[in-house]
Design a protein around this ligand. Structure first.
Ligand SMILES: O=C(O)c1[nH]c(=O)[nH]c(=O)c1Cl
Length: 312
């Protein structure tokens, strides 16, 4: 079995990459991803200026996943723009990291995207519409009008490949409304899903929350959210124009999890909690396990089964 994957005209060895925010804050972490078995990689969502993020502890892992309220810590978008443009100059393998943008306002998003449009960066940009952890900032992805307004403004000037990172939706009416909006735009992809926002993990022994920001509320990732992630991948895969691809994120910790996301229609697969907990070697394990699953089922390539989820 081979995992080779074509995405936005680029050929990758495999569909695996990090989820933005995990193992991608610094040049060192990005270089480790570049040297790893990951097929592709993406930068931490960037704001105009460097941000320290929320007070710690702001991440906690359990047997079933994780809770985080990082608060958009990042080195500022110029740091990441320098990295991706430098990557393009030196490693002309066409596999520059995807560039994640998470402005704190519509104007900030527009300003950053204008600079990216004017820059030498020729790779893929991911507009994060779903950060759940900045106090006082609602997730754009849950404001349907705002989402449509931002995309309308962006596509007046942005001509490079653009994807959007979406929050999870939980209602068929919302799948329909959001898909109808997204189908109006020449999007390269949607990335489903970001963490399930504002969950609460309670430690019964200490009778306490486990992260400091927002009285313990934070985005939930890992095994907890796989059914939600698969539902969003499938819902948008079946609703969007086939020109808009789907990246699957959420609960991928094994080859089987990866297979399930591909079966629902995903093309690239992003790994968050499992990468945070296991480190960079997770990509080697996931590739081995996905190949095993495919071999057991008699599949040679991913194209043979992508999106072919059966119903009863
Ligand atoms: O707190 C964060 O930095 C964060 N955490 C998440 O789980 N998703 C996001 O998009 C962001 Cl931006």
């Amino acid at each position: 079995a081979v995992l080779k994957t074509e995405f936005l005209g680029q050929k990758y060895e495999n569909p695996f990459m990090n989820a933005s925010g995990v193992h991608c804050l610094t040049v060192n972490e990005l270089d480790e991803l570049k040297r790893s078995k990951a097929g592709a990689f993406i930068t931490k969502s960037a704001t105009t200026l460097e941000r320290a993020g929320n007070p710690e502890p702001r991440y906690y892992a359990t047997a079933l996943g994780s809770i985080n309220s990082m608060g958009l810590p990042n080195k500022g978008f110029q740091y990441y723009l320098d990295y991706v443009v430098d990557y393009q100059k030196n490693d002309s393998d066409g596999k520059a990291p995807f560039f994640s943008v998470a402005g704190m306002s519509r104007d900030e998003n527009i300003n950053i995207l204008k600079i990216i449009q004017r820059s030498d960066f020729q790779g893929v940009t991911e507009l994060n519409l779903s950060c759940p952890n900045v106090p006082g900032k609602p997730q754009v992805g849950y404001d349907f009008q705002m989402t449509e307004q931002i995309l309308t403004q962006v596509f007046e000037f942005f001509r490079k490949p653009l994807g959007v990172k979406l929050p999870p939706y939980f209602d068929f009416a919302h799948f329909d409304i959001v898909a109808n909006i997204l189908n109006k735009f020449p999007l390269a992809y949607v990335n489903c899903v970001n963490s399930v926002g504002n969950g609460l993990y309670v430690d019964a022994a200490s009778e306490s929350v486990v992260i400091k920001p927002k009285n313990g509320f934070g985005g939930i990732g890992g095994d907890y959210i796989k059914p939600t992630a698969l539902a969003n991948v499938r819902a948008f895969y079946t609703r969007l124009n086939p020109t808009i691809k789907v990246i699957g994120t959420g609960g991928i910790a094994s080859g089987q999890d990866a297979f399930e996301h591909l079966l629902c229609g995903a093309t690239m697969l992003q790994v968050g909690t499992a990468l945070y907990e296991e480190g960079i070697s997770v990509f080697e394990r996931l590739e081995k396990e996905l190949k095993e699953v495919m071999t057991q089922k008699g599949y040679k390539t991913i194209e043979e089964f992508r999106g072919q989820l059966r119903t009863l």
